[in-house]
Design a protein around this ligand. Sequence first.
Ligand SMILES: NC(=O)c1ccc[n+]([C@@H]2O[C@H](COP(=O)([O-])OP(=O)(O)OC[C@H]3O[C@@H](n4cnc5c(N)ncnc54)[C@H](O)[C@@H]3O)[C@@H](O)[C@H]2O)c1
Length: 395
Amino acid sequence: MHAKKTVRSGIVGAGFSANFHYEGIKRVYGVNPEVRGVYALDQDQAAAFASQRGIQHFSTLDALLNEVDLVHCCVLVAGHEEVAVAALKRGKSVIVEKPLTGYLGDGSADFHGDRFPKIDALTHGLASVERMLEAESQSTGRIFYAENWVYAPSIQREKEIIEKTNAQILWIHGEEAHSGSHNPTYAQWKFSGGGVMIGKGCHPLTAALYLKSVEGRARTGKAILPATVTARTAALTRMENFQDAGFIRSDYYDIDDFSMMHVTFEDGTLATVFASDIILGGIHNWLEVSANNHRTRCLINPNTAMRVYNPCHENFSDIYTVEKIEQKQGWTDMPPDEDWFTGYPQEIEAFYHAAAHGGAVESDSILGANTISTIYSAYLSAEQGGKEVSIRTFQ
Ligand SMILES: NC(=O)c1ccc[n+]([C@@H]2O[C@H](COP(=O)([O-])OP(=O)(O)OC[C@H]3O[C@@H](n4cnc5c(N)ncnc54)[C@H](O)[C@@H]3O)[C@@H](O)[C@H]2O)c1
């Protein structure tokens, strides 16, 4: 048996996503991951992240890049391009968290997500995408696009069904929703590149774009791409008449908390994607595929793999049940391994394998680019009350 290859890696960012990336690295089995350390703008947070895990803390991005082959880009959207391009310029591969990149405003003090022309988001968002793709094309390194929905086991099983039955997908509908992101920066367009339509909508949208490309490649050898989008957004918790009962986050500054994207693909088939921050009862992540020969419901989270009845909340005070649930009393759908159903360890395994051995990955920069293009075209549509907008695609 050959010895496993070693991949030296570093994590940029030390917050929420850096944590689940680190948990994913611990489960890599096909190669030998060697985490050299962490760097983040927030040096104190990076130092704490490092000491809790017994890894090194770098004080500059360059110092981290000197020591690694593979970089985890787990920073706010505002830093994705900067970190990814810096890594690629040094010939390193980079795992970029979702969304690939974004438009963060014009930098002015009075920038407000409600008021700027959305064509700016599309134009500048795509310019950022192009700079990242250009940096990738000039580099020996690669971009791995960390869209965990692509690697969720239910989506990968659906891929198998589509490929083996030559299915034609007629309509995909899906949703990612909960009662509001915990991250304070999420409230502002200038950090996140938009609201819930990009922050959460990117997950089911990318899964839909992915499955249509799987279908196209299986039947004709060519991905089926998105052609047009019509969309609506709303800021329900910012309405003057919103009655705040205290269960839904409601301190957003200039972003949407409800969105609907309706995509028409170049073959005339459809995908409808909902995303919102106004849903109680825990996270609601699902995707349904209506094909000519089967119908699949991918219940990412919650799902019914494990159902638990708990007579009183306090009984489970030190037990984590499911993401974003308000309470633990009564029946709970409690995934026995939430990360696994969500696709986190599978994406990290796939990216380390590709970094060591080469080969295609299911979620790459082109998929990330088409997601950005569709979403900012959707913001443009929503600005015009849902007018259909053509989508520029990357191949
Ligand atoms: N796939 C998922 O389910 C999922 C879930 C949450 C967040 N995310 C994505 O992860 C990314 C980060 O979100 P988070 O929740 O981890 O944020 P966070 O606020 O918890 O952590 C961000 C970290 O990045 C650092 N940082 C910010 N800008 C930086 C820069 N330019 N250079 C170096 N360090 C920088 C901060 O100091 C902090 O340590 C976002 O793109 C977000 O969309 C993905």
